[in-house]
Design a protein around this ligand. Structure first.
Ligand code: NAD
Length: 275
């Protein structure tokens, strides 16, 4: 079994972005945070650190939890029009009173580095996306950088969210995998998963994927980040699965670092599209 080192792959991607950025890409990412979610603050610090490392400017706009929909949209509108700003990311989760769809749809498509707005989601679904959803794109990046064949393989994705499961299934399909999407209403989950050559868990349930979900030799990618036992753990029962799988991603140190590295790639592409 091989452990996929997401930290090393992510560092290599950041280095690639840094090298390309060195020839004058003065990208500027603005992160908008509404409220005080502690996990969001940790993620934002990671994004700021990555920007500094590759040579991009980053700015955090913190808005109070009580901000109205109109106030948030007004901030985004200003950023959309500001030529100094090349990337905009509104950190999720939002406070419950805000309309998530309206907010992500309001970010100018060429600055939508999180790739959550309908324009970029649609282009990605058509296989014409320039900005790609960060986490699923990070998963594809891991598979490709490990030279794991996707074409013709049976990929099973557990989870159908708009930010991970659904776009990842489309990306795998575009790479010629045969794709099955499982979700909370899927019957005989373990049995379906056991047919996978590539099994991706993007659920948010600690250790849901046990040994009986995994075909010997399968590639197991764990997107889950669960903090319910103080330390971070994935959706895969790593110790039980590691000797059955051919490749496995650890948590932490697997998919997580790739998400931010892909965001840096998107920041560079967004700058290129606007220059
Ligand atoms: P989500 O809650 O939006 O979606 C979860 C999906 O899992 C849903 O489609 C649901 O149908 C499915 N599901 C729930 N219970 C199930 C069950 N018992 N059996 C089968 N399917 C089930 O979550 P999300 O935003 O897609 O995130 C999923 C996980 O990935 C979370 O742990 C999240 O923290 C993590 N995540 C990690 C990164 C990263 O960078 N590593 C990025 C985004 C999300």
């Amino acid at each position: 079994m091989a452990i996929i080192d997401g930290k090393a792959h992510a560092a290599a991607i950041r280095q690639e972005v840094k090298t390309q950025a060195a020839s004058g890409a003065n990208a500027h990412l603005v992160v908008v945070l509404v409220g005080e979610d502690p996990a969001s603050k940790v993620y934002i610090r990671g994004k700021e650190k990555a920007c500094a490392e590759v040579g991009f400017k980053s700015t955090l706009i913190s808005m109070p939890e009580t901000s109205t929909q109109e106030e948030v949209l007004a901030v985004i509108e200003k950023l959309n029009k500001d030529p100094d700003v090349t990337g905009i990311l509104v950190q999720q989760p939002f406070p419950a009173h805000l309309d998530k769809n309206k907010i992500v749809s309001f970010v100018a498509p060429e600055k939508d580095v999180d790739c959550l707005g309908p324009c970029n989601v649609g282009l990605a679904a058509m296989g014409q996306g320039k900005l790609l959803q960060c986490t699923p794109s990070g998963v594809i990046g891991l598979l490709e950088r490990e030279n794991i064949e996707i074409a013709g393989k049976h990929a099973v994705v557990i989870g159908r969210s708009d930010i991970v499961g659904k776009p990842l299934a489309l990306m795998l399909l575009a790479k010629d995998a045969t794709v099955t999407i499982c979700h909370s209403r899927t019957k005989n989950l373990a049995e379906v998963c056991r047919r996978a050559d590539i099994l991706v868990a993007a659920v948010g349930r600690a250790r849901l994927v046990t040994a009986d979900f995994v075909k010997p030799g399968a590639v197991v990618i764990d997107v889950g980040m669960n903090r319910n036992e103080k330390k971070l753990c994935g959706d895969v029962d790593y110790d039980a699965v590691k000797d059955i799988a051919s490749y496995i991603t650890p948590v932490p140190g697997g998919v997580g670092p790739m998400t931010i590295a892909t965001l840096m790639q998107n920041c560079l592409r967004a700058w290129e599209m606007q220059k």
